[in-house]
Design a protein. Structure first.
Length: 548
């Protein structure tokens, strides 16, 4: 069984992901510690980028991912007890973009020098390509903000860039190789001379391929994670910013493509936001990793790119990405009718096909469970599985065969997707074939009929024979659910009834406790309404949410 799962995982990979993984593991480039090239002269304007929340609590004590640790020794830069992602954040140096960075100049200089002294070239987590890429960009951003980098810092920066130049993450692709390319472009513009031109050319060549592939025709990011969409969008804004600062060094045709993609991505981001201004939780998504959407919009305005304001009631169609959003009065619905991501790169995918989220004003009502951890663990796997989302499972199986921390074997394919807009209601319909790997099970089709006073969700599962079908509805932690005869009443924090929920009488309905994860390392108790029916297929289930 494990061999079958592995086959259905590996068969989608690009060759570079297979041989590249071996090459990446074995190849250890020798650090080039020769003198740094001279820096370039800024010819244009560098504007303030996205501001980050400060992670430095006091000297050498940091808070990342809602966890605090203090650097007490050289070994702590690679302390395995703190987790890989936390250590990555430690090496990013996002702190240099903190809202009060101008008041911490001496503290930051000391921290940079400490990093250089205690992280020898090529050694430890900090020299892996992804944290190296983010750190290079953050150091250069800090310099462009008017801070002076010493000769020692400039030398270390050049050594890091040369190391990255030799070892980009082609075996991982996606947002990793995008970050590598961005760092090389920053480096090639910030420094001057022939060596810097090599960095710039390599970065531009990688970006030209990745931008066309990663940014879909409707502006969505191809990994279908609103969080990573926001990250790549900020990356593009940073590239436009530094291009403006060193104008004349990037071909105008290249810059025009970046601006066109930026405008599309801004539009697509807006369609993936709840009325509270934050992202929907499809695939790997959590608040506090990417810059806040409103910060991104303001940053875009500073570099000369803006998005027209949206009307109060709108329909957002992202047909290539597969996300559809509808606003009716104070109610907002967003639907996941998307592929899990690119076939060769499903690492951030969840088995959440045909899930959805619902908000009432700025109050989230129905929520997917979010993401609180990476790595390989049972909790990571649980959060990726179908029962953690507002969708349906058959015979206890997931819509896509997620496994380990970032793996997917057989996966759901979207079929028959459409949206119909009427005056009295909006109807979204889609189907997927993810359960066809099960014996005598066919398509799962779901329809959302959304009007001003109700949302009706109709599920049908094709096939034959007796099967167990479960449908899940996760409510935001600030809400609580009570049963009243054959209805389920949902109350807000002020004990105000906001929704009445009714499932088919043929369905056994249970109220369960679960957890919601809006940020990394955060787990909040919430309630789930579970509908369960064991019956012969084909089967139809209807759920009605009446707005109060």
């Amino acid at each position: 069984m494990k061999l079958v799962r592995l086959f259905h995982t590996v068969k989608y990979l690009k060759p570079v992901q297979v041989y590249g993984r071996l090459w990446f593991k074995l190849y250890k480039p020798r650090p080039d510690i020769s003198s740094a090239p001279p820096t370039s002269v800024i010819k244009g304007d560098w504007v303030k980028p996205c501001v980050k929340s400060s992670s430095l609590l006091y000297p050498y004590c940091f808070r990342f991912l809602n966890q605090e640790h203090e650097l007490n020794s050289v070994r702590d830069w690679n302390n395995p007890k703190w987790g890989k992602l936390w250590l990555y954040n430690l090496h990013y140096f996002d702190e240099l973009q903190a809202f009060d960075a101008e008041n911490k100049k001496e503290v930051y200089l000391d921290l940079i020098e400490k990093w250089i002294e205690e992280n020898p070239p090529g050694m430890g987590n900090g020299w892996e390509p992804y944290p190296t890429s983010l750190r290079i960009v953050n150091w250069i951003k800090w310099a462009l903000a008017g801070n002076t980098l010493s000769d020692n810092i400039l030398h270390s920066l050049a050594v890091q860039i040369r190391y990255l130049y030799k070892k980009p993450e082609f075996h991982l692709l996606g947002n990793h190789v995008f970050a590598n390319a961005k760092a090389l472009v920053f480096s090639g513009l910030f420094f001057d001379g022939n060596e810097a031109l090599l960095w710039l050319d390599k970065g531009l060549n990688i970006l030209s391929k990745q931008i066309s592939e990663q940014i879909l025709d409707d502006g969505g990011h191809f990994e279908r994670s609103p969080m990573y969409h926001a990250i790549i969008l900020e990356d593009l804004l940073d590239l436009i910013n530094i291009t403006n600062a060193f104008f004349g060094m990037i071909p105008e045709s290249c810059k025009e493509v970046w601006i066109e993609k930026l405008e599309m991505m801004l539009f697509a981001l807006n369609k993936q936001l709840h009325p509270d201004g934050e992202i929907a939780f499809f695939n790997d998504a959590a608040i506090g990793v990417a810059a806040r959407p409103d910060m991104i919009m303001k940053y875009a305005s500073r570099v000369g790119i803006s998005l027209d304001e949206e009307p109060d009631r709108s329909v957002g169609c992202l047909p290539d990405t597969g996300y559809y959003s509808v606003r009716r009065g104070k109610w907002f619905l967003i639907v996941d009718a998307a592929a899990i991501g690119p076939d060769y790169l499903p690492g951030h995918a969840h088995a959440d096909t045909l899930s959805f989220e619902l908000s009432r004003g700025k109050q989230r009502v129905l929520v997917n469970s979010g993401t609180s951890c990476y790595g390989i663990s049972q909790e990571r796997l649980r959060q990726r599985k179908t029962p953690a989302h507002n969708t349906l499972s058959v015979d206890g199986e997931d819509s896509s065969e997620v496994w380990s921390g970032f793996r997917v074997a057989r996966r759901a394919r979207i079929l028959n997707r459409e949206i119909k807009i009427f005056h009295e209601k909006d109807v979204i319909c889609a189907a997927h074939n993810g359960f066809e790997r099960l014996k005598s099970v066919g398509l799962h089709q779901r329809t959302w009929a959304f009007s001003d006073d109700e949302l009706v969700i109709s599920d049908s599962v094709e096939g034959s024979g007796t099967h167990c079908v479960r449908v899940f509805f996760h409510f935001h932690p600030s809400l609580h659910v009570r049963t009243v005869v054959d209805e389920w009443h949902i109350y807000d924090a002020d004990e105000k009834l906001i929704v009445k929920m009714v499932l088919d009488k043929t369905v056994n309905v249970f109220l369960q406790d679960s957890t919601y994860h809006p940020e990394f390392c955060t787990s909040l108790p919430n309630q789930v309404v579970l509908g369960k029916v064991e019956a012969e297929l084909p089967l139809n289930i209807s759920t009605r949410l009446m707005f109060v």
